[in-house]
Design a protein around this ligand. Sequence first.
Ligand SMILES: Nc1ncnc2c1ncn2[C@@H]1O[C@H](COP(=O)(O)OP(=O)(O)O)[C@@H](O)[C@H]1O
Ligand SMILES: [Mg+2]
Length: 262
Amino acid sequence: MANAPQFVIDGLKASIEDKEILKGINLTINGGEVHAIMGPNGTGKSTLASALMGHPKYEVTEGSVQLDGEEVLEMGVDERARAGMFLAMQYPSEITGVTNSDFLRSAINARREEGNEISLIKFIRQMESKMKQLEINPEFAHRYLNEGFSGGEKKRNEILQMMLLDPKIVILDEIDSGLDIDALRIVAEGVNSMRNAERGFLIITHYQRLLNYINPDFVHVMMQGRIVKSGGPELAQRLEAEGYDWIKEELGIVDETVGQEA
Ligand SMILES: Nc1ncnc2c1ncn2[C@@H]1O[C@H](COP(=O)(O)OP(=O)(O)O)[C@@H](O)[C@H]1O
Ligand SMILES: [Mg+2]
């Protein structure tokens, strides 16, 4: 049996074009745990997701990120994926000329040893079964990656990738945006079916709605590039009922976005 992963973010600071966006993020995710990060727009949530995955636009200026004791920040994007990290992006990219099934198969094989590639038959069987589970039309296997997919179809496709790649640390950035109620349920069930002791989740959302379907162990609130409050699911309930003003009042925050601080 694989060991439960441990993912430790310690004092992470990151900038975009010399503007500091992340101002010291500390968070530990153990295998089996689901952490939700909530927060208004422009508070650095997507920046955190991208910086963790190694997007070149985000310059990490301080801190460390370790997965099972290995320094992630020294790894390239592909190495992070091979180490077991997965990010479902808020805005998945369209890639013309690469079919969804070719993309998925190369992503799986990129994480396997040379000579140990997944057989075509086995891959197709796995892909078809997961597509069925996510109620994705089989035709989508042959479409170009995300090209012309609706918002909701892209999100389902991200979950399909996650299911096939079987990562240790899953980061979902607003996987619920653009989903109708049925799609939200299907996506959430897909996520829930992947919850186990060998996997940790970081789920970024600004609606509590998603957390009715995916029950988090921990809820964190992000403002001004920092985690300003942490709690259990009841914190998400309170945010849904009361908004963010009470936290701003409690902490004396005037503007929650990054870069507007006095
Ligand atoms: N690629 C970028 N170029 C310039 N500014 C950016 C870029 N990405 C994010 N920002 C800025 O960083 C701040 C945080 O953005 P983001 O992490 O996307 O917030 P959230 O996901 O919480 O809505 C915002 O002020 C945003 O305008
Ligand atoms: Mg975002």
